[in-house]
Design a binder for this molecule. Structure first.
Ligand code: 9YT
Length: 135
């Protein structure tokens, strides 16, 4: 069994800060734990308004606190987010996330992230193999 605490993890290299200033994410469970998914506690900063497109991953996002909205770009639908809301990107949906107050989210990624990913120009995370093939 693996046991970790958010308090310890956020003081370590498990905490990644978005270079664009929209979020930080504490990766509590990563690829090298061999669970087949990763699990993160992500803080979306108040006023954040940014586009993502996880072409290589499925993601589920559960709101623990704060309020905002998510918009799916292919159909222009907007969904309010508040504590208890989950959104599930089951179609690699292009989307915009907006935070009306600071939001704490519990996020699960399949395949798991390795630990240090930040969004590329499309708002995606690349797979390790992508990085190798471009090297
Ligand atoms: C909700 C969301 O997708 N935020 C971007 C960060 C991501 N969840 C992560 O790296 O943990």
């Amino acid at each position: 069994m693996i046991v970790r605490t958010l308090a310890e993890a956020e003081k370590s290299s498990r905490r990644i800060v978005d270079p664009k200033g929209n979020w930080d994410s504490v990766r509590l469970l990563l690829k090298d734990d061999n669970m087949g998914f990763s699990f993160h506690i992500t803080t979306i900063y108040v006023g954040a308004d940014f586009q993502m497109h996880y072409q290589n991953h499925f993601e589920s996002v559960y709101c623990l606190s704060g309020e905002g909205e998510v918009e799916t770009l292919d159909d222009g639908r907007k969904y309010p987010i508040k504590p208890g809301t989950v959104y599930i990107l089951d179609k690699h949906d292009r989307h915009i996330l907006r935070a009306f107050s600071e939001m704490k989210m519990a996020c699960v990624f399949n395949p798991p992230v390795t630990g240090h990913e930040v969004h590329n120009a499309e708002g995606a995370y690349e797979l390790e193999t992508d990085k190798v093939s471009k090297a």
